[in-house]
Design a protein around this ligand. Sequence first.
Ligand code: AP5
Ligand code: MG
Length: 213
Amino acid sequence: MKIVMLGAPGAGKGTQAKKISEKYGIPHISTGDIFRANIKENTELGQKAKTYMDKGLLVPDELVVDLVVDRLAQDDAKKGYVLDGFPRTIPQAEALTDALAKIGEKMDYAINVEVPDENIVRRMSGRRACVACGGTYHIKYNPTKVEGKCDACGGDLILRDDDKPETVKQRLEVYHTQTQPLIDYYEKEGIMREVDGTVDLEDVFNAIIEILE
Ligand code: AP5
Ligand code: MG
């Protein structure tokens, strides 16, 4: 099963992708998490990506596409995967479709987690993210068992640098101009599905399971 998660920053793509990954035993591949891991390790890619991420802008397509195509070729991705944060532009989507076509495959589902902009800024300020595994929590809506520590791996939780309200507004603008057109793209491919992302996160997940089963 191959799934693309779509939705605005903070819509809950990461939260739901992680749950899908656990339920179906397929890897959760998040380009944002890959970049944050590279920033933490201070790699060349991380240094480049950070200059864009801190401003709420997209990292250029050429730094993203090969990275994902290589990741999808790894053994654990043979059974499928859930993509979170990729593709994010039409050229990325086309590159993905082409890379899959070359090996006789295609995406099965694109799931849009729909949340209006007004809800987003409020959600982001309470978000905490695990530096080690990318797990995402919320101080009110999805708290960890031990404060400041990831439930899944015990890693330290941080406030992301790009979750400041001004940066969130910029990310929303970038989302509407560059990423939202992907909804049309996957509608034309006939695999677009939508869920209401404003309800409780377990209810969002149940709606996704209904689509997948
Ligand atoms: P990325 O890490 O992908 O960030 P994003 O798309 O902005 O999305 P977020 O991770 O902020 O939100 P999410 O939808 O995963 O929500 P979450 O589950 O955490 O990208 C970061 C940056 O990297 C980009 O700005 C760009 O610069 C760069 N980048 C990455 N990929 C790229 C690409 N392909 N091309 C170019 N550049 C790229 O949930 C948010 C909060 O809400 C959490 O606290 C959560 O607990 C809470 N929550 C979730 N669901 C619910 C619910 N139902 N009710 C209440 N609270 C909820
Ligand atoms: Mg995320």
